[in-house]
Design a protein. Sequence first.
Length: 143
Amino acid sequence: MTTIDFYTHVDAPLEFAARLVAKAWSQHGSVRVLTPDRVTSDRLDRLLWTQSQLSFVPHCRLDSPLAAETPVLVDESPEHAGPAAVLVNLAHEPCNFFSRFERVAEIVGTADDDAIAAARSRFRFYRERGYELRSHNMAETGS
């Protein structure tokens, strides 16, 4: 059954997502990032290219001709046809394909009350369906 991790009190959600994607890719081999919109996909795409001069996270969009052979997919499309071990959900709703993944990461920022309310709703959604939920307060870790 899918394990779901909520990372709460995150000051810079996209920067945190970029680090989490890099870690998930190195540990699990494949990652799908669901963003809420094209603008967020573009911003995360740039972060993944520029987050470190010494690292490279191979990624592309779902509609790329290289998607089938690229381990990290970043897109706002609510569909996912290929395999992936980890889903990083940046959208405000749980997606209909989340249970296909070993792990789901939900990132909850500190600045947007609407995003916090949406995260609480997603937490209830998963809990009501019996999924294992873990919470990580990032304010306590300094991340």
